[in-house]
Write a new protein. Structure first.
Lengths: 251, 251, 251
């Protein structure tokens, strides 16, 4: 038996809206503690780690640990129908093997979605020796990525004692973003040593779609290592993390 | 001779904008009482009944009853050019056999449209034995139809003692809207007996395009009967009604 | 050496955004006095004349007259990334033969663009014997052009003692705009004699994209002569003028 309720559909909707760009379907695990999902994207370049504790819900009733396989494409089509002040209820219809999604507002609107038979992926948390950490306003990253898109498909992240930098180039053009140490848009900069890595712009843009422009995103970086992005969700109670493999420059 | 003027173009523009989705051309009848139009759509599934009394116009001069055949596609292209505070003037140019549409605002902008030689259709008012009537806020119907579109092409309307319901399903998915009796979004619910009928979603959506989301729409329903939707226009002085044939479920 | 800075990127962005519709690339001349550009469009139907004095910049440093060939398409792609409160800095990177465009806001974002080897076109100012001049609010012209687009591809401008008129027709339809002498939307009307000329609507629309709807545009007209449109930019310090050849009606 599963019945969960949130008065604000936005948290769930925003997370699913970001994850669907990386995964078409996903296996969610509901336990007493909360709901979680960890998966690699089909090309095995990106890892998604989503956690939302039961305390982020107004009502959270799970009789025993439950795994639900869902088409994120279908789920998002349903979530797109939520109105801003609707409450969200999700229930498991065991008999019909469906997820029931209800929006409660002026009227009550219930959608049912077929469950998919997905195997749960057993992915250990990757151990990465990051050498720098910055907390950056999401808007700055989002701007820098859109700048980068105008010149090429990759962007280099760099952290030094001086600040955080993004650099892209291609076809004789270049785009560079500089965020100097001490900027109000970067509340934290910590590093063991300077480092830089290059990433695919499209993946990073998709990951940052879940972030409110004014939110702070934590970026973990190393030298030619994957990047880890931590987004705070549900007022910091939940987390949505992404790990993205670097692009290695061929010379 | 025909000269009519409205200080608010919005009434005329909104009605034409909804009708054009069902009819490409139409024969309007201007008499001393006002302007009216009744026609079936080309597939004979829907009937449109439009009435706007002379009192809805600031100036209304018709020397004798006059029928004007118009391309609604062309008329809407012209009306799309109206600015929000423009007054609307429509005149018949007998010599050139055209309709003159003028928007009076900062400048005066006059469009001329060729008249079409359309025969007036003699459609009697259909007699239907509806067994239920609900007054519902347009927004609720519009939401329910957009929900239905995400799962299939048909939607079932149902009225019972408990309230008003919309239900659609397809491909293992379903969408249901419940509006309980007593809801502020349903000022009236009257029924002889419970009834339900199924309709094409697209037609209903097109019909409701003329309704302001906060307006109340009157829905007349019967068991496997057509539905009749009454929209109030021009502050209740005019009316725009649609009748749509049901889809019969094959089993 | 070239370094120029504007606290408001909008002036530069709007001008480039209008010019790019007529020219894909252009040769800008930076001197002590300011920056200027004059060119014909590829089909030799329209002439663009752009002038922005050094006083329109907060900082303006040019060591010697300098010509820069730029892809306006590329430049606009970069300018589209400016945020509303960013300051704009443009510099010449002589070594790499590039233009550096920097947006200074929360972060500092620098783009580099390759310079093109364009020959400066030596275009004399055309001498035209206009017989009428009107100052019209840009919005009126923009409305009249959009009206005209709904009926055909040409529009006739006409100035008489009575006012300013735009007329388009095609396929049995017509659109006419009348702006009577004395209208608040036409602060000036001066004429030696009545005149009218016909122009391509698309070209005029492109030219007026640089004008704020509430700005006044000066229109110079003659009988079957080109039209000249003068737009005030940077609060009247700079100017953007367009000359467009007439369409001659074949009878």
């Amino acid at each position: 038996m599963l019945t969960v309720r949130m008065s604000d559909t936005k948290v769930w909707k925003t997370c699913m809206g970001a994850i669907v760009n990386l995964l078409e379907e996903a296996h969610f695990r509901f336990t007493q503690e909360g709901v979680s999902m960890r998966a690699m994207d089909p090309s095995h370049v990106a890892l998604v780690d989503f956690r939302l504790p039961s305390s982020a819900f107004e009502e959270y009733r799970v009789s025993k640990p439950l795994g639900l396989g869902l088409s994120l494409t279908e789920l998002n089509r349903v979530l797109s129908r939520a109105k801003s002040d609707d409450a969200l209820v999700m229930e498991h219809d065991e008999e019909k093997n469906r997820l029931l999604v209800t929006f409660r507002g002026t009227s009550s609107r219930k959608f049912s979605l077929p469950l998919l038979d997905l195997r749960e992926s057993e992915l250990p948390e990757p151990r990465l020796q990051f050498t720098a950490l910055v907390e950056v306003m999401a808007e700055v990253l989002q701007d820098g990525l859109r700048d980068s898109e105008t010149v090429g498909e990759n962007v280099r992240f760099r952290v030094t004692e001086e600040g955080f930098f993004m650099h892209a180039e291609g076809d004789g053009k270049s785009a560079e973003l500089r965020l100097e140490k001490g900027s109000a848009a970067m509340p934290k900069l910590k590093l063991e040593r300077s480092c830089s890595s290059m990433f695919n712009v499209k993946y990073l843009s998709d990951m940052l779609k879940a972030a409110d422009p004014k939110d702070v995103v934590t970026v973990h970086l190393g030298e030619d290592l994957p990047v880890k992005l931590d987004l705070r969700i549900a007022g910091g109670r939940g987390s949505l993390s992404f790990i993205l493999a670097p692009r290695i420059e061929l010379e």
